[in-house]
Write a protein that binds this ligand. Structure first.
Ligand code: 5GP
Ligand code: ZN
Length: 115
């Protein structure tokens, strides 16, 4: 299912062009428009899921495997010192875009990123 009103559906499916770090049949990895640090990226499924509550087990597993692949690919490129994976569910937890996404936030020494 896609949601015609969802900006991340449009980004994930290429209807709105965006800087893409990785793409396959099910996912697109893009740079965050308002990065918490240099290289802050988002994993977006091409299907619409509101958040983790909605995700089927197969897709949920693939997200973590893809996150592992991406951080290992990006670490040497960015020269970061660490990585946070962050994933917000519902407004009370800070979710602002209601299409499942996993944040991959590179961390640098003394970067002052507040999570
Ligand atoms: P949330 O708070 O829902 O976990 O995270 C939403 C994230 O999506 C934020 O970090 C925000 O900067 C990012 N974002 C919102 N709209 C856009 C957009 O149109 N393009 C991109 N690349 N990122 C976006
Ligand atoms: Zn969507």
């Amino acid at each position: 299912m896609k949601d015609a009103d969802c900006i991340f559906c449009k980004l994930a499916n290429g209807e709105i062009p965006t800087a893409t770090l990785y793409e396959d049949e099910e996912f697109r990895v893009i740079l965050d428009a308002n990065p918490a640090s240099r290289g802050h990226a988002l994993i977006l499924p091409k299907e619409h899921y509101r958040n983790l509550y909605d995700l089927d087990d197969k897709t949920a597993s693939k997200v973590l495997v893809l996150a592992k692949k991406m951080v290992n690919k990006m670490r040497p490129v960015l020269g970061c010192s660490g990585y946070n994976l962050v994933q917000n569910n519902e407004e009370a937890a800070g979710q602002t875009v209601f299409h499942f996404h996993m944040h991959m936030i590179p961390r640098y020494e003394n970067d002052q990123v507040g999570l």
